[in-house]
Design a protein around this ligand. Structure first.
Ligand SMILES: [Fe+2]
Length: 420
């Protein structure tokens, strides 16, 4: 059952957004059975049920337990059980053991959500502004987990020994020549969030960067482009790969993006999952290539004679000509072909790997306390991705947003755009 709030003013608006975001998580999970929602197909991915509980834990731990006048925990054991990685809050279960949580049941997790929702909405009018900001953080946190729900259940269903049936192809061909190159002049540019509206701490401080003149592609690299790289021996030529990337290709026997399979007639097919509908279909040359690692993105760029943009270049280009692509709310959970002119798919469709290691901006400091663990402690051995994907909620993404993943990962909806 959907929740709704009754406050007015600033708290009322936030309450409305709270209800919307919380209801959307439940709707994303709804097509899946309790058995589906318990699956954990690898340590990086989490069960849907765990996401529903952990996002609730976040509101309980950082808002209700610390700032509510009157809150009694739904179950004190959950403080430990649904902590993800906040070391300063004491212990948490091993990440890879989340699929073992048959208890609490899905029904109990739903009751936990209802308990926290009603407690938070009941106290909303009495919260100070700084607590309302924490709720906004909690909502953005939940939106991140909405994308993880889509990624993780796709990987879990794909990992099933069940043989998936073919499903019909959605054909949308490219209507504009793509890519064309967009020139951006060199000089001193400002990047980072300007402080208006919500942003994560890692998007600031805003600062100046010196860029040389560059060109950036008007759209993401397509499956057609990527097939040319594969046909030209892309996965068999060590000279195209970073050393760690080549080791991955060899040890993981990579021949294509994640979720691709080659049929006997030589054609490539990919696994797609949209809600309860999952299956394989022939790849569409006009769509952006997706589920590639940083290593594959980098090798493709080298093969093509171009390179990946830095995150600074990407942000400057995206701020100039914002055009949006496909988001979570479009309910296709798959990137779509570009259709139009200008800088296409800046936000939505696929996250775009950049050449930039994930580091703090000059002057960055993690917040004090456990919430300081949110972003800062991951600034090592990861690369920045920009722009959001077809699994990102539209109200969650902006040009300054910095996502990050280790370079070998590819279960996220990640593609690339070229620069030169
Ligand atoms: Fe989380």
């Amino acid at each position: 059952m959907d929740i709704a709030q009754k406050s007015t003013g600033a708290a009322g608006l936030l309450g409305e957004r709270f209800s919307e975001v919380r209801n959307l998580s439940m709707r994303l999970a709804a097509p899946f059975s309790a058995e589906d929602q318990m699956l954990q197909s690898m340590p990086d991915a989490s069960p849907v049920k765990w996401h529903l509980a952990h996002t609730t834990w976040f509101f309980e731990t950082f808002i209700l337990a610390q700032h509510a006048r009157n809150y009694s925990a739904f179950d004190t054991r959950y403080t430990y059980l649904f902590n993800s990685y906040y070391k300063r809050l004491g212990g948490h279960p091993l990440r890879g053991s989340r699929g073992l949580m048959s208890r609490p049941s899905l029904e109990e997790v739903h009751a936990y959500r209802a308990h926290v929702d009603s407690a938070l909405l009941g106290e909303l009018d009495g919260f100070r502004e700084e607590v309302l900001s924490l709720i906004e953080l909690g909502l953005n946190h939940e939106q991140q987990h909405q994308e993880l729900i889509v990624m993780d259940i796709k990987h879990a269903l794909w990992s099933s020994p069940l043989h998936w049936d073919a499903i019909p192809n959605q054909r949308r061909e490219r209507s504009a020549p793509c890519p064309s190159w967009i020139g951006i002049e060199g000089g001193i540019h400002s990047i980072g969030h300007d402080g208006k509206g919500f942003a994560f701490d890692n998007e600031g401080p805003r600062h100046e960067v010196l860029l040389r003149p560059f060109q950036i592609a008007s759209c993401a690299v397509t499956i057609g482009d990527y097939l040319d790289f594969m046909t030209d021996g892309g996965y068999q030529r060590p000279e195209l790969w970073l050393s760690d990337g080549w080791d991955q290709v060899q040890s993981q026997e990579w021949h294509a993006p994640l979720y691709w399979e080659r049929h006997d007639d030589g054609s490539w097919h990919e696994f797609v999952a949209a809600g309860a509908q999952a299956g394989t279909r022939a790849v569409n040359r006009a769509e952006p290539v997706c589920h590639v690692s940083f290593f594959e993105a980098d090798a493709y760029a080298r093969w093509s004679g171009a390179r990946l943009p830095t995150e600074q270049e990407w942000e400057i280009a995206a701020l100039r000509t914002p055009t949006n692509g496909t988001f979570l709310e479009d309910n296709v959970f798959h990137p779509q072909a570009a259709a139009g002119d200008g800088f296409q798919q800046a936000l939505g469709d696929v996250w775009e790997w950049t050449a930039s290691p994930y580091l703090g901006y000059p002057g960055f400091q993690s917040a004090p306390g456990a919430l300081g663990e949110y972003n800062g402690k991951f600034m090592c051995n990861q690369f920045v991705l920009r722009g959001g994907s077809c699994a990102t909620p539209a109200s969650h993404i902006r040009a300054t947003y910095r996502n990050f993943f280790p370079p070998h990962t590819r279960w996220q909806f990640s593609g690339l755009r070229l620069a030169k």
